[in-house]
Design a protein around this ligand. Structure first.
Ligand SMILES: [Zn+2]
Length: 483
């Protein structure tokens, strides 16, 4: 008998955790943090139904914290097994997990200083040391290679096109196939490849439903971003882009490079001012062959940028561009990664027209706060939000048009233009999920709809029923299913 216990991302989006049990062997797929509302975050502190030390192996679909951010907690509770993931996921986990541990410790210290936690003393969910230990247990596996993970259980990782290293996992357990869909990427987008077609069958399927009731707006081929850059440059202002350090920065820089090479925006200095974003960008560059084929250096020779006003003949410029692309597929003409805090301070005080990409994406912390504090009072500048802005965050307040905003304890007047683009979601929408499901050569015996709010799940379930006729179910939190 096989069972799956849904310990997260059941009737909600975060906390992905699926405990697989077969013949006394326990394997967990994803070890994600609950995020968002307090009621959800409190689940991070609840005990699991089995001791962490009894889990033989963990499998990670990708490196977003709602899929991997609980791993150090399991390690701190005695999990000592291997953590199977792709090479790209290993790279990004090394960046995000120690940082998450550091933030947990800072939050606990802050609560103790200000005495607002009901727990005395407030403790971190895990520490930076726990996170480093977790990272040391990662066991990377290439895509599309079958790997035994525990007695009677083997798997392969298949590229899901959602983030560097992202995968869906085909697991074979005692002759049956369970496909863990992870987070699904999108079709026809830059930077990441399309989700790999299934081209096969599975006995049981778990599919995400974040946008199970939504269709993304049409791609505008970078038009809005180009207009915002041009208009800010004409005013002699700076463009500040708060961005999520992992995943989003790559797409932004890709677009800036492309718009530059198509002469749709002026060549401006582009600064990436976030150590995490810079590290992630380096990982993306190293694994360029796992990205969208358009970015593979050997396949894109005919796409070298051309510029009539360039100081060199076209063939020299073309060769330079090719060399540069091999070094950094993301580098714009005047591309700079900011290193230490001193450089960041200099950039903050500089009035030279430029584009500054910095974290955090919702302006809740990080170096971007210094840039905002300096840029917001000046009407020549623009702040562009490139991702979802949750209620209560500074990013949301700015997008909602507040005329002054509190940063580092002081009020900052907002004179700068505030913009947002919503076209960079990394999750498949309802049509894209259905397109991926259509790749199955036979209906699964049961499809479990996970990783979505109830409305999104129910809408997607109705489509799966109507268009495919598959049997489906959205399990409840902590529900155990046997088959
Ligand atoms: Zn994700």
């Amino acid at each position: 008998m096989i069972s799956i216990t849904f310990l997260g991302a059941a009737r909600t989006v975060t906390g992905s955790k699926y405990l697989v049990e077969s013949n006394g062997t326990r394997v967990m797929v994803d070890a994600g943090l609950f995020q968002g509302l307090k009621e959800l975050r409190e689940r991070n502190w609840q005990d699991l139904p089995v001791p962490a030390s009894s889990i033989e192996a963990i499998v990670l679909t990708h490196a977003h914290l709602d899929h991997c951010g609980y791993l150090p907690r399991l390690v701190s509770q005695g999990f000592r097994g291997r953590v199977f993931c792709t090479l790209g996921t290993q790279d990004l986990c090394k960046i995000v997990l120690p940082d998450a541990g550091r933030l947990q410790e800072e939050d606990a210290a802050f609560a103790n200083r200000h005495n607002f936690s009901k727990h005395k003393p407030a403790l971190p969910l895990y520490t930076e040391v726990d996170a480093y230990r977790a990272v040391s247990q990662l066991q990377p596996v290439g895509y599309d290679r079958t790997m035994p993970v525990a007695a009677g259980i083997e798997l392969d990782f298949i590229n899901a096109g959602h983030l560097l290293g992202s995968s869906y996992v085909r697991m074979r357990i005692d002759g049956r196939t369970v496909l863990f869909g992870g987070d699904l990427g999108r079709y026809g987008r830059p930077v990441l490849p399309d989700p790999t077609p299934v081209a096969g069958a599975a006995d049981y399927l778990l599919v995400e439903s974040t946008y199970g009731n939504r269709i993304h707006e049409q791609d505008d081929n970078g038009d809005r971003l180009a207009a915002i850059v041009r208009e800010t440059a004409q005013k002699g202002g700076k463009l500040i882009i708060p961005a999520f350090a992992i995943g989003r920065v790559e797409e932004l820089v890709y677009w800036l490079k492309r718009l530059e090479s198509e002469n749709r925006i002026p060549v401006l200095p582009v600064f990436v001012d976030s150590p995490m974003a810079a590290a992630a960008l380096a990982s993306y560059t190293q694994r360029v062959n796992e990205l969208d084929p358009e970015l593979h250096p050997e396949e894109s020779d005919d796409k070298a940028p051309h510029d009539a006003a360039a100081p060199h003949p076209p063939d020299v410029r073309r060769r330079q561009a090719m060399q540069e692309r091999e070094l950094c597929v993301f580098c714009t003409e005047r591309f700079h990664v900011i290193g230490n805090a001193e450089e960041s301070k200099q950039l903050t005080s500089s009035k030279i027209p430029s584009i500054v990409i910095s974290a955090s994406g919702m302006a809740e912390g990080g170096r971007v706060l210094h840039h905002l504090k300096a840029a917001l009072p000046d009407a020549r500048n623009t702040v562009l939000f490139a991702g979802y802005q949750a209620v209560g965050t500074r990013g949301r307040r700015l997008v909602d048009g507040e005329k002054s905003i509190k940063i580092h304890g002081g009020w900052v007047p907002v004179a700068a233009r505030i913009e947002r683009v919503d076209s960079m979601s990394a999750h498949a929408d309802a049509n894209e999920i259905m397109r991926w499901l259509a790749g199955f050569t036979a209906p699964p015996k049961q499809t479990f709809i996970v990783h979505g709010e109830p409305t999104a799940q129910d809408t997607l379930g109705a489509r799966i029923q109507a268009e495919l006729g598959w049997s489906h179910k959205a399990p409840e939190h902590r529900e155990r299913v046997e088959f």
